[in-house]
Design a protein around this ligand. Structure first.
Ligand code: ADP
Ligand code: MG
Length: 228
């Protein structure tokens, strides 16, 4: 599902190039559920942005579902992400002026009749226990409920690859546990590959595969800082 070969990424800050990622090799098989752990600032979000095609690579090869993302232009990567990848961003990014239901409806790319679409959205909101909150605005929902809407939005197009960036980062312990269980249930089938970034070791322990970013990424900004 995912193959990374010698991928590098740097950011230019005040005219200076700062290396962020240098990943010699990483492979995630179809259907795997992986937690990426590591400290703040170690490049976890940047890695998900690259896998999703939001950011381009500077060097190397990146294949997602056999597509060479490193060869695609931004518009083609955006199209690929819309059709194949469900990305649960840090801090949800729901549109404040749209209801929960509308936030989900605007991303649907599946070709179905209006009635079928309405029933499908109803079913998803039931799955995550929000059937009586569909017409609320994000500001009228708790953070846990907003996270569920963000999950429905990411999953409704039945993506093969689901990425989640700190999905429980801003939730209390109990809600975090519940949201993790829900995400794993929704992505349980062998079809879904799930990559979750977290610094919560309790959450990571629930995944069959746990990958520390420092084992992947040769750039260790914290170590460099200590050496300075
Ligand atoms: P994590 O998600 O592990 O906390 P990030 O991937 O967000 O880490 O960031 C990794 C490093 O890249 C940090 O040092 C951060 O300051 C830097 N960084 C992230 N995005 C940018 C950007 N757009 N421009 C410059 N530096 C950035
Ligand atoms: Mg991050």
């Amino acid at each position: 599902m995912l193959q990374i070969n010698d991928v590098k990424k740097q950011f230019k800050v005040s005219g200076k190039n700062i290396p962020i990622l240098n990943i010699p090799q990483w492979h995630v098989a179809k259907g795997e559920k992986v937690a990426i752990i590591g400290p703040s600032g170690s490049g976890k979000s940047t890695l998900l942005h690259i896998i999703s095609g939001i950011l381009s690579t500077d060097h190397g090869e990146l294949y997602v579902d056999q597509q060479p993302l490193h060869l695609l232009k931004e518009a083609a990567r955006d199209e690929f992400r819309g059709a194949r990848i469900g990305y649960i961003l840090q801090d949800f990014h729901l549109i404040p002026s749209l209801t929960a239901r509308q936030n989900v409806e605007i991303v649907i790319t599946l070709k179905k009749s209006k009635t079928e679409l309405r029933l499908m959205v109803d079913e998803w909101f039931e799955k995550v226990g929000l059937q009586d909150r569909m017409n609320h605005l994000p500001s009228q929902l708790s953070r846990g409920q907003q996270q569920r809407v963000a999950m429905v939005r990411a999953l409704i197009n039945q993506p093969l690859l689901v990425l989640a960036d700190e999905p429980t980062g801003s939730l209390d312990w109990e809600t975090a546990d519940e949201i993790t269980g829900l995400l794993m249930d929704l992505c349980a089938s062998d079809k879904h590959t799930l990559i979750v970034v977290t610094h919560d070791l309790n959450l990571a322990k629930r995944f069959p595969r746990c990958q520390h970013i420092h084992e992947l990424n040769l750039v260790h900004p914290l170590k460099e800082k200590v050496m300075l």
